[in-house]
Design a protein around this ligand. Structure first.
Ligand code: CU
Length: 120
């Protein structure tokens, strides 16, 4: 009697479980959107998200301290110069929501704006 069929069987089971596990991990990993902020713009300045799907905004302020404020989605953070700031978002409503810099950063600060569009 040989062991090979058993070993092959165990190998197959481990493979199937492993594949399923890595799929679950991939699904749970939140989408990351990289952004930059500088006088007087965000890039990208228009972001589209899906309702109830969690994402992380990774925002780097390139030239100085800025702010990121999206009142409708209750998001607010300082963006420190040269640092990556992570903002977790789980949009709970559909619509187009404006965000802007809320730290006065110079002439043109008022134009430092963008939108988050949340779709079904
Ligand atoms: Cu500003």
């Amino acid at each position: 009697m040989t062991l090979w069929p058993r070993i092959a069987g165990i190998f197959l089971i481990v493979l199937i479980i492993g594949t399923g596990y890595s799929k679950v991990c991939a699904e749970q990993q939140e989408q990351v959107i990289k952004m930059t902020a500088k006088r007087f713009e965000y890039s990208p300045k228009e972001i589209t998200l899906k309702k109830s799907v969690p994402v992380i905004l990774e925002i780097t302020a390139l030239d100085r301290l800025h702010g990121f404020y999206c009142p409708d989605l209750k998001l607010r953070t300082d963006l420190l110069q040269g640092k990556v700031t992570r903002v977790s978002v789980v949009p709970d409503k559909i619509g187009v929501f404006a965000f802007h810099c809320d730290i006065v950063c110079g002439d043109g600060h008022e134009t430092m704006v963008g939108t988050i569009t949340v779709k079904e």
